[in-house]
Ligand binder design. Structure first.
Ligand SMILES: C[S@@+](CC[C@H](N)C(=O)[O-])C[C@H]1O[C@@H](n2cnc3c(N)ncnc32)[C@H](O)[C@@H]1O
Length: 364
């Protein structure tokens, strides 16, 4: 027994719990509008409460947590709290750099601990239906900003030739589209192309259709549709999945269907988590504990609930490449995204027309 190691770990446990506790406070700050208010400049607890229209006593206690948690700073002389602009970037605004919405996903997953522990004991999982409708809204809240900021420049235009093809007019299908904000943005940006989004979640499809109508788009549609059983006769020039393969019950079936529906010369873009299939390569990745936790609390578990593969969030690049090959994607390039948590798999079938030099599977 190494006493120093034991003491260090005890300290580490304290840090872990403080981090988890601050996650709750980030979520409270996001929902209550405190981050946006705090970003306006140094303020006492009274001033901040007045600015945000909140109860001062609660605001003061929240400030205690986020200040000792080194998110905000305190000036004792004039009793003011401030949010440095360097911190505000990650907690405010409508762009993808605002990470505050992620906290809501974690606090929500906390509600499912009992059900997940039951699955540890009894097998099976927790079905998607048990996470809805809140999950739909949380996904939307989390990804909407990301797409507004990065969809076109960070995902589409990094694939050579794709922007030009979309401008000239091609057919596009997004599988597991959720609330469809990505398809709606693309439909607005590329009026000569046509877009469709498929998802099994009826509540998400309703929201996607409502947004398309609100945006006055005539070149996009959304359908409740299982990815593993796409209608016959479909053919798309571009197919996409955004974080929508690894939590499926039958991900290989979905990839096979995507391959079947890809037109000659078509491209499949699979945006998915950047990680390795081998845990030893993920050790030291500061985001890995977050990814494995979200997987345990949702992604793996919804798949297992349907007797599925249970790939999990961290299925990783090696397994992804294997499954894409099995689906018939003979050419796969793996590109980095400007979002460091994602990889962009650019996939083509044999004989497909290339829009850029391709690397063989496993290169890059
Ligand atoms: C993590 S969410 C991502 C949603 C969306 N792509 C986004 O970026 O916001 C995964 C989505 O895949 C959908 N999904 C899961 N299994 C599916 C299946 N078999 N067929 C179609 N969609 C599925 C879920 O309903 C969910 O909306």
């Amino acid at each position: 027994m190494n006493e120093t190691k034991a003491r260090k770990f005890l300290e580490r446990i304290g840090e872990i719990y403080s981090g988890a506790a601050l996650t709750l406070m980030i979520d409270v700050g996001f929902r209550a509008g405190l981050w946006e208010a705090a970003a306006q400049g140094p303020a006492t607890s009274e001033q901040l409460a007045a600015l945000a229209g909140l109860e001062e006593r609660y605001v003061r206690e929240w400030l205690g947590a986020v200040t000792t948690g080194e998110i905000m700073e305190y000036e004792p002389e004039n009793r003011t709290y401030s949010l440095a602009p360097e911190h505000a970037i990650s907690l405010t605004g409508e762009g993808g750099s605002n990470r505050a919405p992620n906290a809501g996903l974690l606090t929500y997953l906390g509600k499912h601990v009992n059900s997940v522990v039951n699955a540890f004991r009894d097998g099976g999982g927790v079905p998607y239906s048990q996470y809805r409708p809140e999950f739909t809204g949380l996904m939307d809240q989390r990804f909407r900003r990301e797409y507004d900021e990065r969809l076109l420049d960070g995902y589409i235009r990094v694939v050579p030739g794709l922007d030009e093809r979309l401008v000239s007019g091609i057919s596009v299908c997004d599988i597991g589209c959720g609330t469809g904000h990505n398809m709606n943005l693309m439909a607005a940006a590329y009026p000569a192309s046509t877009f469709v989004g498929f998802d099994i979640a009826a509540d998400a499809i309703d929201l996607a259709r409502a947004e398309a109508a609100e945006m006055g788009l005539g070149n996009v549609g959304f359908e409740v549709q299982d990815a593993t059983n796409l209608p016959g006769g479909l053919s798309f020039d571009l197919m996409t999945t955004f974080d929508a393969v690894h939590d499926q019950a039958n991900p290989q079936g979905a990839l096979n269907e995507i391959s079947r529906c890809l037109a000659p010369g078509g491209v499949y873009l699979m945006i998915d988590i950047k990680a390795s299939s081998d845990i030893k390569n993920n050790i030291g990745n500061p985001l890995a504990p977050y990814l494995y936790t979200v997987s345990t609390m949702h992604c793996m578990t919804v798949s297992l609930a349907a007797n599925g593969a249970g790939l999990g969030t961290v299925w990783g690049r090696e397994l992804a490449l294997e499954m894409l090959t099995t689906a018939g994607m003979s050419e796969v390039e793996v590109l980095d995204s400007s979002n460091p948590t994602n990889s962009i798999y650019v996939c083509r079938k044999a004989g497909g027309r290339k829009t850029s030099p391709s690397l063989r599977k496993g290169d890059s």
